[in-house]
Design a protein around this ligand. Structure first.
Ligand SMILES: [Zn+2]
Length: 409
């Protein structure tokens, strides 16, 4: 799908960069309020065994040996601190390769007389520096020999560029330009503790103003709705470690793939729930949440993302048949039904989450957990986001006419 954005061209990202306001469709048909800067992660130096991150990092490093510094030096901290990284919406350690890419970009800037400038959608590099950096990152990419390393480098560079281009421009919590910050209008809510969302996000959607997946951790907190960026080793490692622990029957995917066996909400097995409701004490295992993975990328990117999920599933479960949920569409919350004209696309990521919660609420054994209210909290947040984007668009004198492709992501 083409991104419905026009490219802006400015030197100053703080003042002049404009964004398209309205929002591309998705492949979907609590108080756990996050502290602004979560506590240190448990495993700041973890290196997931299933990945090839170490080899990738070393080959990346070897391409630019003159700029390499040991990870964890003071310089590294200045380039991308844990505090800054986590403030953008994640509880993970700083991704090693993102830090490396930032370091190399800063070194390139130092060594050349062209300053790093950003503009347009997603903090794209511009000008003379862009030309130099293009040449350099293409050389690094070519030097990587295996597809996994190439993917990880691609993702890390995307994240690095978006991050550098958004510093001082976007609000770290809501990913809107600071003058449009909607944080004061967002209400947090506790997600029922037996549900956990994973936002499996394409790197090109990281820090996108019209992304709706971000709303879920803004509402429910990082632990209840966790960002996992496609190709970022630290994120994927955390997610798959959690899935390994949970077991395959506790992990569900929202992705209506015709080639995959599809399940409805009724098919979700809640093996220990009834016992807990009977008053028996639940063991730690019984309190494990149901994990729902929301694929947060455009249609064109989502098949690659789903393919990667299947590859990981095969590694840990020996089976790549991912259990996919198809929403019936009957689960719109009471609030949603009352509104004369829903102002968002039902297929955007957050709306899919709201529908999922509403449909779960309709299961008799789940009627007591406030899932309907949690769905409404998501819908309310979507309204807040749409208002913020619309106001910005009006202020900038842009049309607010929504075309087919102009929807929330
Ligand atoms: Zn904000």
């Amino acid at each position: 799908m083409n991104k419905p954005f026009t490219k802006d061209s400015h030197q100053n990202p703080l003042k002049q960069r404009k964004k398209n306001m309205l929002i591309p469709s998705r492949p979907f048909n609590p108080i756990r309020s996050p502290p602004p800067f979560p506590a240190k992660p448990n495993h700041p130096n973890r290196m997931p065994s299933h990945s090839s991150s170490s080899s990738t990092t070393s080959s990346l490093t070897s391409t630019s040996p003159s700029h390499s510094l040991p990870i964890g030096t003071q310089c590294e901290e200045e380039l991308l601190s844990l505090r800054e990284w986590q403030a953008w919406g994640t509880a993970s350690p700083v991704p090693t390769m993102v830090a490396q890419v930032i370091k190399n970009m800063k070194a390139l800037e130092r060594d050349s007389d062209s300053p790093m400038t950003f503009g347009g959608v997603g903090g794209k590099l511009q000008g003379e520096f862009k030309t130099r950096e293009d040449k350099k990152h293409r050389a690094v990419y070519q030097s990587l020999t295996d597809p996994e390393s190439k993917l990880q480098f691609f993702s890390a560079r995307q994240i690095a560029c978006r991050l550098l281009g958004s510093r001082g421009y976007l609000c770290q919590k809501c990913w809107l330009a600071m003058e449009d910050c909607m944080c004061s209008k967002m209400a947090s809510c506790s997600l029922w503790h037996r549900i956990r969302f994973w936002l499996y996000m394409h790197p090109k959607d990281f820090l996108r103003q019209n992304n709706t997946g971000k709303l879920l951790w803004q509402i429910f907190g990082f632990q209840a709705a966790t960002l996992c960026i496609f190709g970022i080793d630290e994120h994927e490692g955390i997610m798959w470690d959690a899935f390994k622990l949970a077991g395959k029957d506790m992990v569900w995917f929202l992705y209506p793939n015709k080639n995959t066996t599809s399940y409805s909400i009724q098919d979700i097995c809640l093996p220990t729930l009834s016992r807990s409701l009977d008053g028996q004490s639940a063991t730690e295992h019984e309190e494990n949440p149901l994990n729902f993975v929301l694929i947060d990328g455009t249609w064109s990117n989502s098949s690659a993302m789903f393919h990667r999920l299947k590859e990981h599933a095969k590694k840990i479960w020996g089976d790549d048949d991912l259990p996919c949920i198809t929403l019936s569409g009957t689960g719109a919350s009471a609030m949603h039904k009352l509104r004369p004209q829903p102002s968002w696309d039902r297929t955007c990521t957050a709306a899919a989450a709201a529908s999922l919660l509403s449909e779960l609420h309709l299961r008799p054994e789940l009627g007591l957990y406030g899932l309907d209210e949690q769905a409404v909290a998501v819908e309310d947040a979507l309204e807040v986001l749409l208002d913020a984007l619309t106001n910005r668009r009006l202020r900038m004198g842009r049309s607010i006419t929504r075309r087919e492709k102009d929807h929330f992501m």
